[in-house]
Design a protein around this ligand. Structure first.
Ligand code: ASP
Length: 435
């Protein structure tokens, strides 16, 4: 039995929801359906989730959000009308309006897009609606309760018919709603897949799976028929935006494959993500993804290598400031600390001061506007010359490499370049492997 998650573009209007319905009804093993809030209907449109965040802000600032909430009301009213549903959405919107002034965070408001979309989808399919608040749990600090949620989700297995669950949110013990980070419905889908022990987690979106590179950067980038969990994790963490980066954890535990499919081209195979490699003739590089605007702090100190505890002292300075570190390339007397946070001038001064006190380096330099690019592929571990190909491609295109890091798993090579070289670098590397 399958868990299917449909994203915002699939839920955007009556026409797309009818496509979703056809997909679900074409296969009676598609039993657990997770939905996102309606997304954009065209380029200039606003996602329902964004409208709800806006409504919350307006409520905080002006004490009123009626106008924006009425836009949400309008979207759901026209959905119900165009789908000929016997569902009056107004009492639900009235309830949101009533609770808005006392909401302590934006999470309740933001989650209502998924909640209402779930009600609509359940009605369209004549499936049971199960509120995510009943099965996805957070503790009183807002930390996700993995095992408790899994135990609650497991009970869904006993349901005889189909079930619709809204993505993106759950509930805390004080009954307040808590959301995951943006795009979190993918994670909800993965949790449901794990809990009901699905044979497959289908993630329906608006593209034909993963491309080797972002098609907005590399024109006609090739799509990838299969990836491993690890490759997917690297790529989505480094900016490939098809799937929420945390989504692989729940399914990986049970070895459940994820299939990325396109609601608008349902016959396209998309990308399947599994534990092992799908075939032996897989390309060496399966993905090239990256992120701009990282920061690197370069520390120099003679005889650093002999100073026991040097790294610990440096890292604790970052820890105290809540900065999560991405990479740590080191030399004999140098260490670079790379992180994705952009610092304000004040934060920069505080960090430098902290490092001076902790390790008294001879030189500290902060480099900004650093783009990190990951070249990912399991095949790299057994193939010589991959790094040479990457560096030659960059050199031939006159791109200066500011940082090199090869992951210890030999699953990736990471290069750092100037933000302004980012697009050119990705295109050059792509062409070196796919021509
Ligand atoms: N609707 C939420 C968002 O726009 C969550 C999701 O779609 O997964 O981020």
């Amino acid at each position: 039995m399958k868990v299917c998650k449909f994203g915002g573009t699939s839920m955007a209007n009556a026409e797309t929801i009818n496509k979703v319905k056809d997909i679900i009804l074409a296969d009676d093993t598609r039993k657990f359906i997770v939905v996102s809030a309606p997304g954009k209907r065209d380029k200039s449109d606003i996602k329902v989730t964004d409208l709800l965040y806006q409504a919350y802000d307006e409520q905080q600032i002006k004490g009123d959000c009626k106008e924006t909430l009425d836009k949400v009301r309008g979207r759901f009213e026209s959905l119900c009308k165009n789908l000929n549903l016997d569902l009056d959405i107004n009492p639900y919107i009235d309830e949101i309006e009533k609770r808005m002034p006392t909401s302590k965070s934006a999470d309740y408001a933001a989650s209502r897009g998924e909640y209402l979309a779930g009600l609509v989808m359940a009605k369209v399919l004549n499936f049971k609606f199960v509120d995510a608040a009943e099965i996805i749990k957070f503790n009183s600090e807002g930390v996700f309760e993995n095992e408790l949620s899994n135990d609650l989700i497991k009970r869904l297995k006993d349901e005889k018919g189909g079930v619709v669950i809204p993505g993106f949110y759950g509930r805390m013990p004080d009954k307040n709603i808590k959301t995951f980070t943006r795009g979190g419905s993918d994670f909800t889908g993965a949790l449901i897949a794990r809990g009901v022990n699905a044979s497959l987690y289908e993630n329906w979106t608006d593209v034909n799976g993963f491309s080797v590179s972002d098609p907005r950067i590399v024109k006609n980038a090739k799509s990838m028929a299969s990836l491993t969990y690890e490759e997917l994790r690297e790529l989505s963490y480094m900016g490939a935006s098809v799937l929420h980066p945390d989504s692989i954890f729940p399914v990986k535990v049970e070895g459940i494959p994820i299939q990325i499919k396109n609601t608008f081209e349902p016959d396209n195979v998309g990308t399947i993500i599994t534990k092992g490699l799908q075939n032996n003739d897989k390309p060496i590089v399966t993905g090239i993804a990256g992120r701009k605007s990282n920061t690197s702090v370069l520390l120099k100190k003679p005889m650093m290598n002999n100073e026991v505890g040097f790294a610990r002292k440096v890292l604790s300075v970052f820890e105290r400031r809540g900065i999560s570190i991405e990479h740590l390339p080191t030399g004999i007397d140098t260490m670079s600390i790379v992180f994705s946070k952009a610092l304000s001038k004040e934060e920069e001064c505080q960090l430098i001061e902290g490092l001076k006190i902790a390790v008294n380096p001879s030189h500290i330099e902060i480099e900004k506007e650093l783009a990190l690019i990951a070249i990912v592929g399991h095949g790299m571990a057994s193939t010589k010359g991959t790094a040479a190909k990457v560096f030659t491609a960059l050199a031939n295109n006159d791109i200066n490499i500011r940082l090199i890091d090869q992951g210890s798993s030999e699953l990736n090579i990471i290069v750092g370049v100037e933000d302004s070289d980012f697009e050119n670098a990705i295109n050059s590397i792509y062409r070196a492997f796919y021509n």
